[in-house]
Design a protein around this ligand. Structure first.
Ligand SMILES: [Zn+2]
Length: 189
C-alpha cells in the first residue's frame, strides 16, 4: 500500500494538471500542492495554514486546489484542533488506498482502449496513401475506389499493420502484467 510507483505518480500529476486547467486553477500550483501532500514527510497531514508559508500561494488558491484533489479522490482530510487556539482545523493527507485504486482504474481504462484498437486492427485490412501517409480501412478505401480522397494517389495495402498489431499485443501483455502486480501489492490477491 505504501509504495506508489514514480511513473504512476507522474500520470496522476498529468491528471491533476489537466483538471486544474479546466477549473481555471493554476495547474503548476495544483501539482506543487499535491507533491507536498503526497510526500512521505507529511504523514500527519498539512492544514491550509501549513501550506500557505510552504508554497507562498494565497489561502483561497490553496483551498481551491485542496477541493480539486478531494473531488478527484486523491486527497482526504482529518479533523484536528489548532494547537494554540483549539479551533477546528483540517489536515490534508493523500488517501493511499484511493490513490492506488485510482491508478489501477486508469491503467484498466488504457488497457480497454488498447484492446479495442487491437481488435480494430485484426478485423480490418488497411490501405495507406503513399503520398501523405493517410490510412483507411478496407471499407473506406473501397468507397474511395482505392484513390486517396486527399491527394488522388492510388492507395496501397498497408503492410506495416501486422507490425502495429504485434506492438499493441506486446503493450497489452505488459500492461496486464503491471496491473496484476499492482493488484497483488495493494489488495494482496
Ligand atoms: Zn493521399
Amino acid at each position: 500500500m505504501s509504495r506508489t510507483s514514480e511513473r504512476a505518480v507522474k500520470s496522476l500529476e498529468r491528471l491533476i494538471h489537466d483538471m486544474a486547467e479546466k477549473k481555471g486553477i493554476d495547474p503548476d500550483k495544483a501539482v506543487h500542492v499535491f507533491r507536498l501532500i503526497v510526500s512521505p514527510t507529511n504523514s500527519k497531514g498539512l492544514s491550509d495554514e501549513d501550506l500557505e508559508p510552504l508554497t507562498g500561494y494565497k489561502q483561497g488558491e490553496i483551498r481551491k486546489i485542496l477541493r480539486l484533489l478531494y473531488d478527484l479522490r486523491l486527497a482526504t482530510y482529518r479533523r484536528g484542533r489548532h494547537p494554540k487556539t483549539g479551533s477546528t482545523r483540517y489536515y490534508w493527507v493523500v488517501d493511499r488506498e484511493a490513490l492506488n485504486t485510482s491508478i489501477i482504474r486508469r491503467k484498466k481504462a488504457v488497457l480497454e482502449k488498447l484492446k479495442t484498437r487491437l481488435e480494430h486492427e485484426r478485423n480490418n485490412s488497411f490501405y495507406v496513401c503513399p503520398q501523405d501517409g493517410s490510412r483507411y480501412t478496407f471499407d473506406e478505401a473501397f468507397d474511395y475506389e482505392f484513390v486517396c480522397p486527399r491527394c488522388g494517389f492510388m492507395l496501397e495495402e498497408d503492410r506495416s499493420s501486422s507490425d502495429y498489431a504485434r506492438a499493441l499485443e506486446e503493450e497489452i501483455a505488459r500492461l496486464e502484467e503491471e496491473i496484476r502486480r499492482d493488484e497483488k501489492e495493494i489488495f494482496g490477491s
